[in-house]
Design a protein around this ligand. Structure first.
Ligand code: BGC
Length: 370
């Protein structure tokens, strides 16, 4: 499948003609347009590419939903697709979106290299880009919307310290299951938790255990990696897992060894699975990122850009590769433990119905979930 024919000329022609037809056709496509909005203002179309649906439940259950709601409310045309962890498909989708008249492209890159190619092509066609959640290093997107990702890591590190001290762990061996080496966020999360844990390793309070990155945040590979870690180091006493999916992979292995609940595991994303692992006592914490706020902030920028405006971002981040500042909106993450798991439900991020099923009903009541 070569999309070379949909090259710049075709896309530029489509843009010039003002074509705004929706192009997607797969099950993972959501397109929409409403009749609302001022008729005299001919807004362009917004294209969004999500990364996959397996590395975290968030992309399909939260990001897609909230972005769709925001675009519908603004009455703009949009097309949301998921690249399903396929870098070639990612570029093809971007090309198709531009051919079909997208004037704003919002991407969650699969790695900076392919993300950069997409951004550069968009730029050459006058399409404005927004890095959504993950910064594309060297990409120079027009905007970046995310959470304070170093703080996410700091909360994970602090969470693990608290759980280990609650368990009165003595010189615990701590293992790291880091996110994908090609995701700049994974680098930032690690900077955050290293900032908390490295001083403990240096002082001898903790012992540094195995430390490995999980390619593409692949949960299955994470299980294999953690199994090997535990075999080589059976005394692992704490696991810094970078998200709920990796955390669950570690918990599954710990369960087989009757170590679940004894060895604290961290997470991120406040997924139903992560929260249920917390309710069960198998996961010590997760990090809740209010994706609705992230989606709303990104949609606000995208809608303004589609209308030809030049919106101001509240801050900026420095792209370590180019040294340039990228205008940015960075939101605040929140640590979640059994104490405040109810906050995630109260915020509407997960429902009581999906969380408090079967054996979790009683635990939900105990945790004060209404
Ligand atoms: C996101 C996390 C997510 C991970 C895997 C990261 O870039 O910030 O929320 O868990 O990717 O999809």
């Amino acid at each position: 499948m070569r999309m070379g024919i949909l090259s710049m000329t075709a896309a530029a022609a489509a843009l010039a003609l003002g074509l705004t037809a929706c192009g997607g056709d797969s099950g993972q496509t959501t397109t929409g347009a409403t009749a609302e909005g001022s008729p005299q203002q001919k807004a362009g179309k917004i294209g969004v590419i999500l990364p996959d649906s397996k590395s975290s439940a968030r992309w399909e259950t939260a990001d897609r939903k909230y972005l769709e709601e925001a675009f519908k409310a603004a009455g703009v045309q949009y097309d949301i697709q998921n690249a399903q962890n396929d870098k070639t498909a990612f570029q093809t989708i971007a090309d198709q979106m531009m051919t079909n008249g997208a004037t704003v492209l919002m991407i969650v890159n699969l790695d900076s290299g392919t993300g950069k190619t997409v951004i550069e092509k968009a730029r050459s066609q006058g399409v404005v880009t927004i890095d959504y959640d993950r910064l594309t290093l060297g990409g120079n997107a027009a905007y970046y919307v995310s959470f304070d990702n170093t703080k996410v890591g700091t909360l994970q590190g602090e969470g693990l310290v608290k759980c280990l001290s609650d368990k009165k762990a003595d010189k615990p061996i701590v293992a790291y299951l880091n996110g994908s080496p090609t995701d700049n966020n994974a680098t930032l999360f690690k900077q955050g938790y290293d900032g908390v844990l490295k001083p403990k390793f240096d002082s001898g309070d903790y012992v540094k255990g195995p430390d490995q990155a999980v390619p593409d945040w692949d949960n299955t590979q994470a299980g294999t990696i953690f199994e090997q870690m535990l075999t080589s180091q059976p005394k692992i006493a704490g696991v810094l897992a970078a998200n709920d999916g990796l955390g669950n992979a570690a918990i599954t292995v710990l369960k087989k060894n009757n170590l679940n609940g004894k060895v604290p595991v961290t997470g991120q994303d406040a997924t139903v699975q992560g929260l249920q692992n917390i309710l069960a006592g198998d996961q010590c914490m997760t990090v809740y990122k209010a994706v609705k706020k992230e989606a709303d902030a990104a949609a606000k920028l995208a809608v303004a850009l589609a209308k030809g405006e030049k919106p101001q971002a509240s801050g900026s981040v420095k792209d370590p590769e180019t040294g340039k500042d990228v205008p940015a909106e960075l939101l605040d993450p929140q640590a979640i433990t059994i104490e405040n798991v109810k906050d995630v439900v109260a915020d509407g991020y997960v429902t009581k119905e999906e969380l408090c099923t079967g054996e979790f009903a009683a635990k939900c009541t105990e945790a004060g979930i209404q």
